[in-house]
Every structure is written in structure tokens, then in C-alpha cells.
Design a protein around this ligand. Structure first.
Ligand code: GLY
Length: 308
């Protein structure tokens, strides 16, 4: 058994591991672990307390994949419900669909009986206001010209490296060998409203297949979408690459579009044997994992892949 995730998963990984140890499923483990990160108001890249879009609305994206059945569920631009991962899971479990966005995702969350709430914490709001300082914040929604001007600025603001990283992901393999993966995010801070990154894109930021392994990304979502990075890792595993080399090959694929940008990409991955790998293009990034024989989870440095 193993569970692995991004470093901000440190608040949830023990809960996922407890489920695995009790004989629970990989799917339940990654969902439970993710929910605890979505609860964390100090994490401004996920769930409650996430940084909002340019208009001050927190929009959440999430996806979950069952590597046994290859079923998947995803939500995008979900507002007002912190447990985006649970809405994604229920899309997978309850609907004949894979992906709900915007109003439809909110409607579905309401039908599930989930609590509707304001996800914008005072701290996140303060940072958002500071991020677009010098602009009149009141009545944005009623002043299209001003909104248009501000939205043009979003291209610059969303490149702010302090605010573009984040997102949580988990991959688990349970005692039956089943693999599942989950990703949840509030996306780029000050993003254009309706922007989706890789986190809810099956194949982009998230992919799992018991026969080969799984991968999940954090970082510059647009790049992982363009290169289908999570699916690429799993395909390279299918082609017989060892796990670390499969990850390197996916990063080589990313290099042409990442070269010369200030953006970073990170991923976690496992193969079907339960080996794991965590790789990044940025210095000093860590990940968390726990596997059989470990009394608690470990936080370790990721392998560095230099984009040259
Ligand atoms: N990787 C998360 C995002 O780009 O939204």
C-alpha cells in the first residue's frame, strides 16, 4: 500500500493512510485526504481559503480517477462548495458523465445536499485586493469598461510566481492493488473567470490505470493540458519505461513550451508495483508519502528536472 501527494497534502495524508490500513479503497483514501486540504484555510491554492479569480470569486476545479474501472469524475469553476473533490467523485459515481462545470456543477452540489458557503476568507480577500491595488474594487460587476481593463491586467497578474503554485494531489494504491488519483485546486490566483487548468482535466493533471500506474500534476496547468502530461506518464509506463524515466520523458515533452517561462511543473507518480516518483522543474520542492513499513508519512525533496 502507498499514498503519495504534494507537500500541502501533509494535513490530509494520515487520514488517507488510515483508510488504506483499515482495508479501505484507494478511492476513499484519496478523497478523504483531499477533503482535509480543502478544509485548510491557510492553503490558498485549494478549497476554502483559496485565492479567487480576478473578480474576487473563488472557483474550484477537481478530478478523481478510479484506475481499476477507468471511471473518472471532474468539476470545474465550482463556486460556493468547498469539497470539490467530493462533487467530482459523485459525478463519477452518480452520473453518466465525466465533467460538470460552473452552474451545472453548483446545481449538482446543491442536489447532493452539500453545504453552500462563502469560500473567500478575509485573508484571501485582503491579498486579492492587494494584488490589484490602485483599482476601485467596488461595483466591478456593474462597470463593464473597468472590468475589461482589469481583466486585461490579469494576463500579467496571473504570472505572479508567488500566487501561481499550489494545488493538492494524491495517488493511492490499496491492499487489493487498486490505484486511484485525486487533484483539487482553486487554480491560478486572479485568473480570468471560468479559466480551467489541468487539475480537472483527465489526462492533463490526473490519470490512473491499475495496469500501469498513475500520475498527477501541480504547477502551470496550461502546460499539462497542452501536453496531456499525466496520461503521458502512464502511457510511457505502458510502453515499458521505468517509473523515473517515464516521468523524465513527460518532462522532456513539456520542455519546448516551458522553456523561457517563469512557470514550474511538478508531478507525483506511482507504477503498478507501488514504486513512487516525485519530480519538479523548480528548486526545493517536496512531496509527502507513506507506504507499508512506515510508522508515519515522510516529506522528502522531489527529483529536479531542469528545463534547459
Ligand atoms: N495546476 C493547477 C492549475 O493550473 O490550475
Amino acid at each position: 500500500m502507498i499514498i503519495i501527494g504534494s507537500s500541502n497534502g501533509n494535513v490530509g495524508i494520515a487520514s488517507g493512510w488510515a483508510i488504506l490500513q483499515a482495508g479501505g479503497s484507494a478511492l476513499d483514501a484519496v478523497e478523504a485526504a483531499t477533503r482535509l486540504v480543502e478544509d485548510n484555510p491557510d492553503d490558498h491554492s485549494v478549497g476554502y481559503g483559496g485565492y479567487p479569480n480576478l473578480l474576487g470569486d473563488v472557483e474550484l476545479d477537481a478530478s478523481i480517477m478510479d484506475g481499476t474501472t477507468l471511471r473518472a469524475g471532474a468539476v470545474g469553476a465550482l463556486r460556493g462548495y468547498r469539497y470539490a473533490i467530493t462533487v467530482a467523485r459523485r459525478v463519477m459515481d452518480d452520473l453518466p458523465h465525466v465533467f460538470l462545470v460552473g452552474d451545472g456543477a453548483m446545481r449538482f452540489a446543491a442536489e447532493l445536499g452539500l453545504k453552500r458557503e462563502n469560500l473567500l476568507t478575509p485573508e484571501a480577500e485582503q491579498t486579492w485586493r492587494a494584488g490589484i491595488e490602485g483599482r476601485e474594487m467596488i461595483d466591478w460587476h456593474g462597470v463593464p469598461e473597468l472590468v475589461a481593463t482589469l481583466l486585461q491586467r490579469s494576463a500579467t497578474l496571473t504570472k505572479d510566481p508567488e500566487h501561481v503554485t499550489g494545488t493538492v494531489n494524491f495517488i493511492a494504491q490499496d491492499s487489493c492493488g487498486r490505484i486511484a488519483s485525486a487533484v483539487s485546486t482553486s487554480g491560478w490566483a486572479w485568473k480570468y473567470p471560468g479559466r480551467l487548468g489541468d487539475s480537472p482535466i483527465i489526462g492533463g493533471g490526473n490519470y490512473a490505470d491499475d495496469r500501469y500506474g498513475a500520475a498527477a500534476c501541480t504547477g502551470w496547468g496550461e502546460a499539462a493540458v497542452r501536453m496531456a502530461t499525466a496520461r503521458s506518464v502512464v502511457l510511457y509506463l505502458k510502453m515499458g519505461y521505468p517509473l523515473e524515466e517515464a516521468c523524465r520523458e513527460a518532462f522532456r515533452d513539456l520542455a519546448p513550451i516551458m522553456r523561457g517561462t517563469p512557470n514550474a511543473m511538478s508531478l507525483v507518480a506511482i507504477d503498478r508495483h507501488g514504486n513512487h516518483c516525485a519530480m519538479t522543474t523548480a528548486e526545493e520542492r517536496t512531496y509527502v508519502y507513506q507506504a507499508d513499513g512506515m510508522g508515519t508519512f515522510a516529506e522528502l525533496p522531489r527529483l529536479l528536472f531542469r528545463i534547459e
